[in-house]
Design a protein around this ligand. Structure first.
Ligand code: 2HG
Ligand code: ZN
Length: 431
């Protein structure tokens, strides 16, 4: 098998040395650690197809990886599986007239933004991990990020896709325009399939004009409820680019870890971005020039990194219906404390579309009861167990809380149609 893979991609692109493979064995949280025996890095779509065919012939499961920034064990391999690292797929072309990019799976979101900006354009998906997360990974997970409130998730940006199936066959559909109504939309199906249906090798992505200006405001509120009410109103405006919630303990931790100056004290904060300074409240901190914009965003974007300094974190990324948001945010620390009195609970998220990132520190990595507690509290309030990070292995056990038996049976039939031998990312999406 190893020599066959080396013949396809070149010996230097097949790694078995633990110094190299260790980084591929775990997800970003450090909570989920598996075993990466072999990491193969194909450099072209043809090589991906040949690698898949070789693995299929040997009945060897494949775990596709991009930037490996999953927070739900979406790409954690086990012994006997092959990690297919797709980051060498670096094709990147921008058509400024059609406002379309064709990007290889390995292109980072940051690189895509920079290439689009040369033509006065941008990609509507943006996220804190932009310089690590890849086009392929963000498609596989249907990543959300900071601008969903205005532009939707990754799925909404996808015009076309190139992919390799488990048996090594290739499917490609790249119409180049939005108006294409010719049957099953494979890009939509592969978005959010978490590497269980195919290996995404390239995508055709919708681009939009750069913002005329960037105005970021950070406003403090005396209560969570007041911030949620204001955030809901801001999101309803329709022109706002981002509506983010933070709470005082998280902002204080970010300031301690990063050295950022603390903003005026408040129980809760909203960070909003829009292209015009119209209607900004008098008491907000406002950033208009690029350095200040980056600095204000840091209070929000550096939450994950700051919390990670406290140890492996339980991440429960959930959406609540807007009317339940403030109550959930207020209740969840008590729900956790009742069972885990010493745990730290950190709440923040993309509140403009109902997302809360529940981060819990100080609990054993292997503990599953905490997830059960929090996810059931979410479902009791008619929310969903994954907002934007996907299901991975971490939440597969709880998928039945939000998807019906009929839906899950159909999931299995779709999986069997694409990957009858169950070779792609086993254990993800399905417990
Ligand atoms: C964010 O919004 C990311 O910063 C990460 O989705 C959230 O680490 C998290 O829980
Ligand atoms: Zn997020």
């Amino acid at each position: 098998m190893l020599s066959e893979l080396a013949a396809i991609v070149g010996a230097s692109h097949v790694a078995t040395d633990p110094d190299i493979t260790a980084a591929h064995a775990r997800d970003w949280t450090g909570r989920f650690v598996g075993t990466a025996d072999v990491v193969v890095s194909p450099g072209t779509d043809e090589e991906v197809a040949a690698v898949a065919a070789a693995c299929a012939a040997a009945r060897t499961p494949m775990v596709p990886q991009g930037g490996n920034t999953s927070l739900v064990a979406g790409a954690v391999p086990e012994a006997g599986q092959v990690v297919v690292d797709l980051r060498r797929l670096q094709r990147l072309e921008v058509d400024p007239v059609a406002r379309v990019a064709v990007a290889g799976a390995g292109v980072t979101i940051g690189a895509l933004h920079r290439a689009a900006a040369e033509h006065g354009l941008r990609y509507a998906v943006d996220l804190a991990s932009r310089d690590t997360a890849t086009v392929g990974g963000t498609i596989a997970t249907n990543a959300g990020g900071l601008r969903v409130v205005r532009h939707g998730m990754t799925r909404a940006q996808l015009l076309g896709i190139g992919a390799v199936l488990a048996d090594g066959s290739r499917v490609e559909h790249r119409p180049g325009f939005v108006r294409d109504n010719t049957g099953y939309h494979l890009p939509s199906l592969l978005a959010g399939s978490e590497g269980t249906l195919a290996l995404v090798t390239s995508a055709q992505l919708r681009l939009i004009p750069l913002m005329a200006g960037r105005v970021v405001a950070l406003q403090g509120f005396p209560s969570i409820e007041a911030a949620v009410v204001a955030g809901t109103a801001a999101a309803a405006d329709g022109r706002v680019e981002a509506v983010e919630l933070m709470l005082r303990p998280g902002v204080e931790l970010v300031c301690t870890v990063t050295g950022l100056a603390p903003p005026p004290a408040a129980a809760a904060y909203l960070l909003t971005e829009s292209s015009s300074p119209d209607g900004l409240p008098d008491d907000a901190l406002v950033a208009l020039d690029p350095a200040d914009v980056t600095r204000l965003w840091s209070y929000r974007e550096r939450h994950a990194e700051a919390i990670a300094t406290l140890g492996p974190t339980h991440k429960l990324d959930v959406t609540l219906p807007q009317p339940m948001l403030a109550e959930f945010l207020t209740a969840v620390p008590g729900v956790v404390a009742a069972a885990y009195p010493d745990a730290g609970v950190w709440l923040y998220g993309h509140v403009g579309d109902g997302n809360v990132h529940v981060n819990v520190t100080g609990v054993d990595s292997g503990d599953e009861e905490l997830s059960d507690l929090v996810l059931r509290a979410v479902v009791d309030r008619r929310g969903t167990i994954s907002s934007e990070h996907g299901v991975g292995r971490a939440k597969a056990r709880w998928l039945h809380l939000v998807r019906s038996p009929a839906e899950l049976a159909l999931f299995h039939r779709i999986k069997a149609a694409f990957d009858p031998d169950g070779l792609l990312n086993p254990g993800v999406l399905s417990a």
